[in-house]
Design a protein around this ligand. Structure first.
Ligand code: FRU
Length: 487
């Protein structure tokens, strides 16, 4: 069969669908498959893309490499839902089939215009046959499930390298705007702002923020996945800078994900902003994307993974899949930081509650009757916390609190003889912990979402025990729900 560009798309779809079938049994036999998190049907999942609600339906696309548990020529996979709980896996949305995207249909976003779903994405040319390049491209859908590619809308501007990707588009006062992550020729990370009247013709307004700009020192060689939006009167720019050095409790992962709060001047193309704050304190969180839904809420989903951070050490690799997404979070701005809370819809997954209204542990380690399991939600409210407190999960991970510092530890994924840590200094006393536990993940919302820790965990598959430890006296209430999962 001769591979022309018109049948390459068909061939790639067929190959990916065959791969799903071929590995289905192996993938589904993995005890680390999750109950209520998005996972790839096979292969590697990374960034959430094109989050949007259209005519009631939530569309949720994702970066997908069907053929390996490594990065490569990405596809866009696609899930839809009417309630953020029950999800349908749709047909493959986009394949890397064309001359302008054959190295990968990289990350991007969705908007609605003229009653059509418009997807903006980065077409990657990987440098194997032609020099490495990245373009911003457009694909359009009438029905929300089949997409027609319209080709390149923006080429790399002068002064920037081939790292030019991850368009996030929005509309304000009848004008379309797009932010794109870009590396300048002096190898600094930047965010470029573009504007358009028709979504086809774009002009560059300028670099609005970046390393060595706006009072920042050297701050990363590439800024990936920018997202810019107003929340409760503040302009927030989420970015993923690459190349920051670990600094005390901060920047502990290979690459970071966080935000700057400030004011955007769209005419002058300047974003004046404060310092960088990390969105998440766990081991696996990166490339989040936000959307406004039809209720007017600002929702965020992140990738539960970090590029180049010992990815092949995840034990799911042997069963031909890797990575998953976070649960959806609703964002609020409290005047100083972004507050993140699990969307209330997730309560629909709960079974009956098990409630212990007042548990006291003093210089001891204890289980609490009924508080165990692997697809569960826990809510702890602290009445008294004299000295130190810890939750030991499944003889694997531990979440401990001492001297205002909350620490998550787990066996090092690569070298199991070591323990690895992630920490945060809390702004105020520990009052509340809400844990979402799935078969191989943990999401901890601290003090109603002031901090979040997101991580994969790989305890023994049947291990369900949870132990509470206290030095001095700790008195708390604990609620536990079994979570029924998607579908
Ligand atoms: C972030 C990222 C993006 C890119 C995509 C490729 O994880 O590197 O910058 O578009 O992944 O899969």
């Amino acid at each position: 069969e001769v591979v022309t560009l018109t049948n390459r798309d068909v061939q790639l779809r067929r190959a990916a669908e065959n791969e799903i079938l071929k590995q289905k049994e192996t993938v589904e036999s993995d005890p680390y498959r999750q109950k209520y998190h998005h996972m790839p049907p096979v292969g590697l999942m990374n960034d959430p893309n094109g989050l949007i609600q259209w005519k009631g339906t939530y569309h949720f696309f994702y970066q997908w490499m069907p053929f390996e548990t490594a990065h490569g020529a990405k596809f866009w996979g696609h899930y839809t839902s009417n309630d953020l709980i029950h999800w349908k896996h749709e047909n493959i949305a986009l394949t890397p089939s064309e001359v302008f995207d054959q190295g990968g249909v990289y990350s991007g976003s969705a908007v609605i215009h003229n009653d059509q779903l418009h997807l903006f994405y980065t077409g990657n040319i990987d440098g194997e046959q032609k020099p490495e390049t990245e373009y911003q491209c457009l694909a359009i859908s009438e029905d929300g499930v089949t997409f027609e590619k319209k080709g390149i809308v923006i080429e790399t501007p002068a002064g920037y390298t081939a790292h030019f990707r991850d368009p996030k588009v929005w509309k304000e006062d009848q004008i379309w705007y797009m932010v794109v992550g870009a590396q300048s020729e002096d190898l600094q990370g930047n965010v470029l702002l573009f504007s358009s009247n028709d979504l086809r013709n774009w002009v560059m307004v300028g670099p609005i923020a970046g390393s060595k700009q706006g009072g920042l020192g050297e701050f990363g060689c590439m800024w990936e996945c920018p997202d810019l939006f107003e929340l409760d009167g503040k302009d927030l720019l989420i970015v993923c800078p690459q190349g920051l050095e670990a600094d005390g409790m901060n920047y502990a992962n290979t690459y970071q994900s966080g935000y700057f709060a400030g004011e955007l001047n769209k005419e002058e193309g300047k974003f004046s902003h404060g310092h960088f704050q990390e969105l998440d304190r766990g081991f696996e969180f990166y490339a989040p994307q936000t959307m406004i839904d039809e209720k007017g809420r600002r929702l965020l989903v992140g990738w539960m993974g970090v590029p180049d951070q010992y990815e092949q050490a995840h034990p799911t690799v042997e069963n031909h899949w890797i990575h998953c997404m976070t649960i959806p979070r609703e964002l609020k701005w409290d005047g100083k930081k972004i507050i993140q809370a699990p969307v209330p819809e997730l309560k629909e997954m709960r079974g009956p509650v098990l409630m212990h209204s007042s548990v006291t542990i003093k210089n001891d380690q204890k289980a609490v009757r009924g508080v165990q399991g692997r697809a569960i939600e826990l809510n702890l409210e602290f009445d008294e916390l004299e000295d130190q407190f810890a939750i030991e999960l499944f003889q694997y991970a531990s979440l401990s609190y001492k001297d205002d510092v909350l620490t998550l530890s787990r066996p090092h994924l690569e070298d199991k003889s070591k323990t690895e840590f992630r920490r945060v200094l809390l702004d105020r006393d520990l009052k509340n912990l809400r844990l979402f536990i799935d078969h191989s993940s943990l999401e901890v919302f601290v003090n109603e979402g002031e901090e979040v820790f997101t991580s994969r965990i790989y305890p023994q598959p049947n291990e369900e025990h949870i132990l509470f430890t206290s030095l001095g006296a700790t008195t708390f209430s604990v609620e536990k729900w079994g979570l029924s999962g998607y579908q």
